[in-house]
Each structure stands twice: as C-alpha cells, then as structure tokens.
Design a protein. Structure first.
Length: 107
C-alpha cells in the first residue's frame, strides 16, 4: 500500500526525494547507492512532476521504487522481490518512516 504525503509534487526537493528513497531502502533492507541518489536528485522530481506515470525507478534488477501524483498529494511505494513473503511488513514500515520523517514539514 503506498504511503501518501499531502503535499504537491513540485513542493518536494530532490533532497526530499532522496530521503524518501533512503527510507524505502531502510524498510526493505537494501543499500542506497551514490548513483541512486544522484539520479533521483537530478531527474526524480522532474519525473514525479511532469511524467504522466510519475517516477518509476529501478535501483537494481528485481526492485522498483515508484512515486506518483494524486491530486494535491504524492504517493510512494515499491518492492524489492516480487515473491517477498514479508513485503507487507516492509511496506508498513516504509509508510511509518516516511510519515514520521515528514511530520514536521506537513504541519
């Protein structure tokens, strides 16, 4: 289930997007690389704001990180392995981490 932030996509910075990705990596037990962070910082917000499908990023084969606009909000979700039996717990953890991190910005 995607985590929703009640904020417009163009109000997020590249650094915000990198932080969301880091939280995704933390929840899913993968490592964020410098290449991931540089790509997301440079092109991620542009994709999130202007691409019809939003952001669709593959940190490595078998993993996906998504971000998309829904009205005045943005949603993020992803997966690491399609057959991960613990994906729901990781998904919940990702949502908690993102909402906790952005709680001050959303007030």
């Amino acid at each position: 289930m995607p985590v929703e932030l009640p904020i417009q996509a163009n109000a997020l910075s590249g650094n915000d997007l990198v932080e969301i990705f880091r939280l995704f990596c933390k929840a899913y037990n993968i490592e964020s690389t410098k290449r991931d962070e540089e790509f997301l910082n440079k092109y991620g917000i542009k994709s999130l704001v202007s691409e019809p499908g939003g952001l669709d990023y593959r940190p490595y084969m078998g993993a996906k990180f998504f971000g998309f606009r829904v009205g005045d909000a943005v949603k993020f979700h992803g997966y690491v392995l399609l057959d991960d039996t613990d994906w729901q717990a990781k998904d919940v953890q990702f949502g908690k981490l993102v909402l906790q991190h952005f709680s001050k910005k959303l007030k």
